[in-house]
Ligand binder design. Sequence first.
Ligand code: NAI
Ligand code: MG
Length: 398
Amino acid sequence: SKRTIVAMPGDGIGKNVLEEAIRVLEAAGFEANYVEGDIGWEFWKKEGNPLPDRTLKLLEEHKIGLFGAITSKPKDAAAEELAPELRDKGLVYSSPIVGLRQHFGLDICLRPCRTYKGNPLNFIRRGPNDTIEEPKIDVAIFRQNTEGLYGGVEWSNPPKEVHDTLMTHPKFKKNFGDVPKEEISVSTRIFTKKATERILRAAFDYAKDNGYKSVTVCEKPNVIRETSGMMFKMAQEIKDKDYPDIELWNTNIDAQMMWLTKNPENYGVIVAGNMFGDIVSDGFAGLIGGLGFACSAQMNPDSGVAVFEPTHGSAPKYADYDISITNPIAMMESACMMLDFIKEDEIAKKIRTAIAEVIAEGKVQTYDMKKMRGKPDVVKNGAASTTEMADAIIAKMK
Ligand code: NAI
Ligand code: MG
């Protein structure tokens, strides 16, 4: 029987890139049914919920989701756009993609960044004697996706018990003095051993299965001793016990951002907490072409629920063009990660090869690849539309 995929286009360009990715999946011979999952701004405005229960049910049933992108706005702006009959209900907007991660415990986020040959956006650096070098990047970043600084446990004007605890912490008085609770905001950075072990093991397994020689823990253990420190210590134990042949490296997030512009080719698998994983993956994505190319998988290996999405958002600037002009490759690569997850290796390879060929040839390029800024005049500058890019990729598979 055919597999069913929950297709969640979301808002803006999310709809365009998902439509083209599905067309490519079909052209590559991937047989599936697609059911549409409602998500995003439209449903916030109409129903007061950007992540309706019926969408959660669909994912519970079918497990695998493809997600385009959503539009998010700050709390007050969100309240103003609600349908009039919903306005006095005290509804508070919260991001549906964060909601999906939390609801399904999608705690493993994988973001690979690999150089495409011939991509005009590739990072280049000056080598010795003024040579120009284009380092070949091949990294897989594992980001803990549910905890840490993005875990949502925070206060402004914290409750008395929290304030009391802070005041009795030996470092607090020493570093900040006596501060009334009204004058404090706290965002916690919680790492549990369970989730930390899961992301570390996911990273080591991936390194082992895919022939990477190193796993780099990218944190800041000398300063953030308890959380980063715990992660590095656990990494060392896991390596010693179960992955003796894989090298374990330790970098600080700040230094890592510098090293990735000097020698990005040195790194293989990278693993980090939620925020540092977010930062370092955007850094590497910039080196391989940026948002038009950055793909990701968010997975819960226990339940088998997984959602695949480009890193970019809904790009409202480009949503109201007559023809869609943004780059669908990030979405298509995310779809390939879905194929990896469900072990459709042949089809994934077929699509990736076609994408690589179109990029290397350089004849069909979306506006981002033409390095156009602002509101690009696509026709005049000969950039391809989203659909033309998909057509070129499909043509390569024939
Ligand atoms: P964005 O990623 O939507 O767009 C920023 C810029 O990057 C665009 O203006 C465009 O120049 C470029 N870009 C993005 N995707 C591209 C593509 N496929 N091809 C070529 N160029 C591309 O980020 P922005 O403008 O900060 O946020 C817009 C909306 O998206 C906001 O409402 C934000 O909350 C939401 N957002 C949603 C995300 C998600 O759904 N996971 C992630 C990031 C932002
Ligand atoms: Mg980000």
